[in-house]
Design a protein around this ligand. Structure first.
Ligand code: ZN
Length: 590
């Protein structure tokens, strides 16, 4: 009896302790944010609900109601949503962390390893991963799906598990493929491809990825590398493709397939593929294909812009929007222009001629128009479309390329609501996580974007970000990534080389002073600069500034430049003084 008494006493004490600690925890960890009088996007029913109040409790949405029906407690954390629009956070359903988006990132497409060892590019990708994630969040992208990663990145992802300041990361392991480009062989944990030569291989390579906890399995279904035609090649490898899909499904893993031609795409879907990560660009799909995708609830990600990234870079005809010039990783974007000065002119000219040849341009245009027509057709028929950029590929920069992809989807004829659904709820559905995120609804994760304008009016408005809310935490997008003095120097250099006067002037202070070293004032003020540089951009053929070297200390950046202007080459040093995140003074040493 005594013993029992003791037990029940201690049981009581423990329970009280638990109760108190729960109360204590709940008061310290409990956080609530009210977003009042806001226009809420109902992406499933395609309508905007005006005058709503949203309550976010910790990382979840706990109330979405007419503002009249919600009482705001005193001292509550309130965000005034008046005149603003709240949408679910965006998903990029097709990216690759192992690629940086710059010129040196795909040595199988253009081998420039003599200028940049592949290992160095991969190290950049790893060291820069958190920065890339912040860049996604800065652009309202709260979920990213890497469909083709490697084991080292799967391991690196573990380190981000408790980080609330980054988007949610979903990832496959290496691409299972029946053809592997030579440059990737023997990279071990860094290998983005696993060569599969038999059904047994396929099964064992799915199992091999399991300890690294991929979210699904990716197949690179490449045809004709074996010298056969598309159909013969696709059918020859089909037993392997089927075995991989079956094995992945056994382990409850969905399967994403790269297939850009109708025949392998159809074979993949008939055999259980869950997610086609590209458009069909070789023929207009027929109704049986559309019905197959509908019946199987297959997802399709159109990736309309990625091939332009390659061809515009190789053809040296890059144009980037001001948005991209201000949001992209400035060094990766800048590297795309290196073809203008790298010394391997034989190879570079071969690529330039190829990309600018009539046949190539005609082929790209044809693939585009087929992809656009297929997208419109599939989307209108009710096939699940998910937005994805294929970011990381040459010319398709992480996060900043999302807008160009949305605009291309819009050009295909998709409505803005269809595009928004593809970018939100369908991104969640790809992962079978629509019960967790993808809509502005009670019980969903508070991954949201607060916009100053309505993207249903014009899709560019997804960039009018007032706030990004990730796991219930509120971020000012401008604070997520701040340009360093070197970043500013690089941004104006990129815009100079693209002759984009507005983007060029953007990093400069309104009262900028430009000197000839040491102290001769050449001119003052951004507007004077605009007149002079606009004229120069318009009238100078063959303009290109190569950065030969850069050093920096504190707020001073020194660039050694070699500038091609027409037939002349000018060598100079530019010294940039940065104050309050703008270039305040420039000294040219000639
Ligand atoms: Zn891809």
């Amino acid at each position: 009896m005594v013993a029992l008494n003791l037990i029940s006493n201690s049981f009581m004490k423990n329970n009280l302790f638990l109760l108190f600690s729960f109360l204590f925890c709940s008061t310290t960890l409990f956080s609530q944010t009210y977003i009042t009088n806001v226009n809420v996007a109902d992406v499933e029913n395609q309508k905007i609900l005006p005058n709503q109040t949203i309550v976010i409790t910790n990382d979840l949405i706990t109330t979405v109601k007419s503002s009249k029906k919600v009482k705001i407690p005193e001292n509550a954390d309130v965000i005034d949503g008046n005149g603003k629009y709240i949408f679910p956070g965006l998903t990029d359903a097709h990216i690759h962390f192992f690629q940086n988006g710059g010129l040196y990132t795909r040595p199988d497409a253009i081998d420039l390893r003599q200028f940049m060892p592949h290992e160095k590019d991969l190290n950049y990708a790893h060291n820069n991963m958190e920065n890339v994630l912040h860049r996604y969040l800065q652009n309202g992208i709260t979920n990213v799906i890497d469909v083709g990663s490697n084991k080292k990145f799967l391991k690196q992802r573990e380190g981000f598990k408790d980080n609330l300041n980054i988007p949610s990361i979903y990832m496959t392991g290496p691409l299972l493929t029946t053809y592997e480009p030579n440059v990737y062989v023997n990279l071990k944990d860094e290998e983005p491809f696993s060569l599969v030569t038999s059904v047994e291989d396929g099964i064992s390579m799915v199992k091999d990825q399991l300890p690294f906890k991929p979210d699904f399995i990716k197949i690179w279904y490449i045809t004709t590398a074996d010298g056969l035609g598309i159909e013969a090649s696709a059918r020859k490898n089909l037993p392997i493709i089927k075995a991989i899909i079956d094995e992945a499904h056994k382990h409850n893993l969905r399967v994403a397939v790269h297939a850009t031609q109708r025949i392998p795409a159809q074979l993949a879907v008939e055999n259980g593929c869950d997610f086609l990560v590209h458009s069909i660009d070789d023929e207009i799909v027929k109704d049986d294909f559309v019905q197959l995708l509908k019946k199987n609830q297959t997802f399709l990600c159109p990736t309309l812009t990625v091939s332009h990234g390659y061809m515009d870079t190789f053809g040296q005809r890059i144009t980037k929007s001001n948005y991209e010039l201000s949001k992209a990783d400035p060094y990766q974007l800048g590297s795309l222009l290196d073809l203008k000065h790298l010394k391997d002119t034989l190879r570079i000219n071969r690529y330039k001629n190829m990309a600018n040849s009539e046949e190539r341009i005609a082929a790209l245009n044809k693939a585009d128009s087929i992809s656009y027509m297929n997208l419109k057709l599939l989307s209108d028929a009710g096939v699940n479309i998910a937005t994805g950029t294929d970011a990381g590929n040459i010319g398709t920069l992480h996060a900043s390329s999302y807008l160009a992809e949305l605009k291309a989807m819009s050009e295909s004829g998709m409505s803005n609501w269809q595009i928004i659904r593809a970018s939100t709820i369908n991104g969640a559905k790809v992962l079978d996580k629509e019960h967790e995120f993808g809509t502005v609804a009670v019980g969903k994760k508070a991954n949201l974007i607060l916009l100053d304008a309505n993207p249903i009016d014009t899709i560019e408005n997804v960039t009018k970000l007032n706030l990004v809310i990730n796991n219930g935490k509120t971020f000012n997008p401008n604070e997520l990534i701040k340009d360093s003095p070197e970043d500013l120097a690089q941004r104006q250099l990129n815009a100079y080389n693209l002759r984009n006067i507005d983007a060029f002037l953007e990093p400069y202070d309104d009262d900028v002073e430009v000197y000839s070293y040491p102290d001769t004032l050449l001119f003052k003020g951004k507007e004077t600069m605009r007149t002079g540089y606009s004229k120069m951009f318009d009238n100078t053929p063959n303009l290109h500034c190569e950065l030969v070297g850069r050093i920096s200390q504190g707020n001073v950046v020194m660039d050694k430049e070699r500038v091609q202007m027409g037939d002349n080459i000018v060598e100079a040093i530019a010294i940039y003084h940065i104050e309050n995140n703008k270039i305040k003074k420039v000294y040219f040493v000639r």
